[in-house]
Design a protein around this ligand. Structure first.
Ligand code: NAD
Length: 472
């Protein structure tokens, strides 16, 4: 990386560090003002953001940008604005009897300067939802968005400069080299959203500074159809969940597990449901393109590998279109793919859905537990016993029952992965807490009896200790 970039990065960080030192506990008015400016940034420039992201993707539905990015972020900012005063309040926590009449308090405090590294797939949401939480908690924020959405990243940088002082919120534009230098800075907290491979490198870099990290990573998220499920709604939901953003969604169902013997019939119904959502592909503005030629080629090669190994590939191209030089990729449903192929090992992150058949619920659970813990899990059915077993016996970042994706939109629930799909969480109050030091404070009373336990030890100590034992 050029020395000048490194100097700019260090200057941006130092500026925020100094600003935090000057104002280590922004009051509620200052925080509300920052959140309102962030809200204005999202409200006043919606069309520009949709246009920039559309151009970066070579075709991204403005409806999807508004629904899955802009509205989600706005809802998060409004939620933070309305709950900020209760989140910021000192919390009374119980005090054990021997310490009465002293009192315990939990005091939330800003950490300082927070770094946010975001990916390309939902560039707006994944930069600004963590920023919302970090600003609400009273921190200074530096954002490093993805180099794969350059128009969006430049737009965000210029709008951030119009709405914020650089010592409040600043955007650093650049690729992996800038990313590496960014995560090596001694942040007070880092939130990284991206691949598991890069997440590991980020955790190593942060460890050198003992910077705490929240890692929002990816993985293969399963969807399971129980024999008791309503197939019509289940199929419609998986078709939508898989094809939103052309499958480039961290919590998209990666593969589908169906009861033995039903794979062919369900594949046919899925193809029908997908064709209904997207009757045309190449020139359909509702259907998003693949982000780059490299990602397009990767997805094509994953499918070619399983085809060559004897899998059945059903391409959903209802209008029989030729895709020419667009980066649109038709939805594909795959049956009988060998497990040792890349399609069945790597996170797919595109509109390709493998179907696996399973015998009973134990086999389905065994399949999931034999792999990395997923970011999301979807279960469809009415059988309460089977549902309880799947919920209790598998570990995943989050779950939606009888639908896809919905758990990410719940501001009253934490969002985050587990193990290889991530660590830590944010959204709503969990985001505020992630970016706060929840400082335990013990407030001694003038009537406190602690002095009776001090030396010189003797009869008073023994009497107090006896009393202490009775009370604990
Ligand atoms: P990525 O890991 O390639 O890049 C993410 C960001 O990290 C980019 O800004 C990039 O410039 C930066 N970066 C790259 N190398 C770096 C390094 N060595 N050090 C520091 N930063 C570096 O991910 P991507 O391809 O942009 O995104 C796709 C992945 O993100 C998928 O795996 C997906 O599942 C995951 N994801 C997870 C969530 C979630 O909330 N858990 C959300 C969206 C995407």
């Amino acid at each position: 990386m050029l020395q000048q970039n490194q100097d700019n990065l260090s200057a941006a960080f130092d500026r925020q560090k100094a600003a935090f030192a000057r104002d280590p506990f922004p009051d509620i008015d200052a925080r509300r003002d920052r959140l309102r400016r962030l809200l204005a940034l999202t409200e006043d420039h919606e069309a520009e953001f949709c246009g920039a992201i559309d151009a970066d993707f070579g075709g991204r539905s403005a409806h999807e940008t508004r629904l899955a990015e802009i509205i989600v972020v706005r809802a998060g900012i409004r939620h933070a604005l309305s709950h900020l005063s209760s989140w910021m309040a000192d919390k009374r926590v119980p005090t054990a009897m021997p310490f009465w009449p002293a009192r315990n308090r939990l005091v939330p405090q800003p950490l300082g300067v927070v770094g946010i590294v975001s990916p390309w797939n939902y560039p707006f949401q994944l930069a600004l939802a963590p920023a919302t939480a970090a600003l609400a908690a009273g921190n200074r924020v530096l954002i490093k968005p993805s180099e794969l959405t350059p128009r969006f990243s430049d737009l965000l940088a210029s709008l951030a400069a119009q709405h914020f002082a650089p010592d409040e919120l600043d955007v650093i534009v650049g690729g992996p080299d800038v990313g590496k230098a960014f995560v090596a800075l001694p942040f007070d907290h880092l939130l990284f959203t991206g691949s598991t491979t890069v997440g590991r490198q980020v955790a190593v870099a942060a460890a050198a500074n003992l910077t705490p990290v929240t890692l929002e990573l990816g993985g293969k998220s399963p969807a399971i159809f129980d024999p008791s499920c309503n197939l019509d709604t289940a199929v419609a939901s998986v078709a939508y969940g898989k094809l939103l953003n052309a499958g480039q969604t961290c919590i998209a169902p990666d593969y589908l597990m169906v009861p033995k013997g039903q794979g062919a019939a369900i594949a046919g119904r899925l193809a029908g449901a997908m064709a209904k959502l997207y009757p045309r592909i190449a020139d359909n503005p509702d259907y998003t393109a693949i982000i780059s030629d490299r990602h397009h080629a990767r997805l094509t090669s994953l499918v070619e590998e399983v085809r060559a190994r004897g899998a059945e590939v059903i391409e959903v191209n209802p209008a029989g279109e030729n895709f020419g030089n667009t980066r649109k990729l038709a939805p594909m449903i795959v049956r009988n793919a060998p497990y040792d192929t890349r399609l069945m090992q790597e996170e797919i992150f595109g509109p390709v859905l493998p179907i696996i058949e399973y015998g009973d619920v134990s086999e389905a659970i065994g399949h999931i537990n034999g792999r990395d813990r997923p970011l999301a899990l979807y279960w469809f059915g009415k059988d309460k016993a089977a549902r309880r077993r799947v919920l209790r016996e598998t570990v995943s970042g989050g779950v939606t029952i009888n639908d896809c994706l919905m758990h990410i939109a719940q501001e009253n629930q934490p969002f985050g992965g587990v193990g290889p799909s991530g660590m830590g969480a944010y959204h709503g109050e969990w985001g505020f807490r992630t970016f706060s030091k929840e400082k335990p404070v013990f407030v001694q009373s003038p009537l406190g009896a602690g002095g009776m336990m001090h030396p010189p030890y003797g009869a008073t100590f023994e009497r107090t200790l006896r009393l202490f034992k009775l009370m604990t």
